[in-house]
Unconditional design. Structure first.
Length: 176
């Protein structure tokens, strides 16, 4: 009675593969490298909320700087816009950190910039309005691409920016 060969490929032995002129070993090396390359995960894409956090930080700094040189009737509104955008920065940073599992950034939303005050004129309320419009547009475009809490957060931030430049800093008032 003939016994059946238990190897999956009966005509091919390990010795034949390894000794076969190096071709078998080369084939194994190529297959191993291909398997490793296929298993590698692509690098993670940046969280879209990181850009939104940076916009909030920028808007906060811009509004705080504009409040320092604004007319007394406009300074409180600019100060409130700076505080609100600072809170947006904090919440966005916390959400990015929560999702990534990394600790939140310690950068303050109202940290001073390193540019020289003499090199650039102080920002105006109109500059703040332009920045808020841009931030609102960016948040409005991003919100539908997200889901759940993150979508609601972006919608809320977009609405806040719009309210800031239409109610707190209306065109006639911001031009002062």
């Amino acid at each position: 009675m003939l016994s059946r060969d238990p190897r999956p490929f009966p005509g091919i032995s390990r010795r034949r593969v390894l000794v076969g002129g190096g071709r078998g070993l080369a084939l194994l090396a190529v297959l191993g490298a291909a398997t490793t390359a296929c298993d590698a995960a692509p690098p993670p894409e940046p969280d879209p909320l990181e850009q939104q956090a940076e916009l909030a930080r920028h808007d906060s700094e811009l509004a705080a700087a504009a409040a320092k040189t604004a007319p007394p009737s406009l300074a409180p509104a600019l100060t409130e816009v700076a505080a609100e955008r600072g809170r947006h920065f904090t919440v966005l940073n916390a959400e990015v950190a929560r999702l990534s599992g990394k600790p939140t950034s310690s950068t303050s939303a109202t940290s001073p910039t390193t540019t020289s005050a003499a090199a650039t004129p102080p920002p105006t309320a109109a500059d703040v309005v332009a920045a808020l419009r841009s931030s609102a547009d960016s948040a409005t475009k991003l919100a539908p691409t997200l889901s759940g809490y993150r979508a609601g957060l972006m919608g809320s931030i977009a609405a806040s920016c719009v309210a800031a430049y239409t109610v707190a800093l209306p065109p006639g008032k911001a031009g002062q």
